[in-house]
Design a protein around this ligand. Sequence first.
Ligand code: 3HC
Length: 296
Amino acid sequence: AEPAVTEETTAALAIRRVGVVGCGVMGAGLAEVCARAGRDVLVAASGAEGLARGRDRLERSLAAGVRRGKVTEADRDAALARVSFTTDLAALRDRQLVLEAAPEDEPTKLRLFRALDDIVEDRAAILASNTSALSIMRLARATSRPGQVLGLHFFNPAPVLPLVEVVGSLLTHDRTRRIAAEFAGAVLGKQVVQAADRSGFVVNALLIPYLLAAVRMYESGFAAAEDIDKAMMLGCSHPMGPLALADLIGLDTVAAIGTALYEESKEPTHAVPPLLSRMVDGGLLGRKSGQGFYTY
Ligand code: 3HC
């Protein structure tokens, strides 16, 4: 039997205009996912240089999709035609859903949520953060509409990985959470899990301590980077080892998530090892900077 079309499904299908804030690795990925789902996407970048890099990322990812037979050339062109870019956050005023994908830094995200609250005209619009570990409640309270704020957490690479974590705060309206889950599921074609507003949600609460343990193992000279990664790929059938995965996520992001988890839990397994801090300070951020545990 066909699944019942609920009022929330109808509301999710009616979301045609999506805003994405930030066009780093995740912002560009979210723009691609929404554009491929037929949505009109407006990406707000903080500067012209970031905007150009984001556009380039999006184009390269769609080209990769075509090369691998996942996207037709016509769909690629249609998706590209649905995405526009701006450096003016105020251009997001007519959006029905905004996905915030700025760097994992609380002052930055608080400032953006305050600004979005002033800018987005539709009081029924949903303001979602792709944060991995910051408090949804604190972001919600930066706005005058905490019932419309929640976490929608995607995974890197967003066009490929099927999961979205839907994270409501204590103040998120149930209806907002259900519409957002329907949007991720019925519109974007993702699989959804619900998680509470605790640092790391489900995936990062489990993943980050593992990645940090791999960095500590490497730092101690216990095993070579290649052998740590090979061991987890071949011994546990993971698609990539922990150090390569840290490079993919971005070492600055891994460190920021570790710091946020530690702040909340005070668990030693969440503390960022010195080597990771030094790499981040040195601009060795993994794939996006060309050098991390590996060279790209
Ligand atoms: N659009 C659609 N599909 C695409 C695509 C695109 N732009 N690019 C690649 N694909 C598809 C490919 O066709 C392929 O599908 P298939 O298996 O059905 O043929 C699949 O994606 C894998 O692509 P490739 O074969 O080219 O690449 P690999 O096999 O080397 O896989 C990888 C690359 C997907 C990155 C894989 O190694 C992987 O899944 N790694 C783990 C990634 C991971 O764990 N990410 C989560 C990080 S945590 C996170 O993001 C949370 C944050 O808060 C930190």
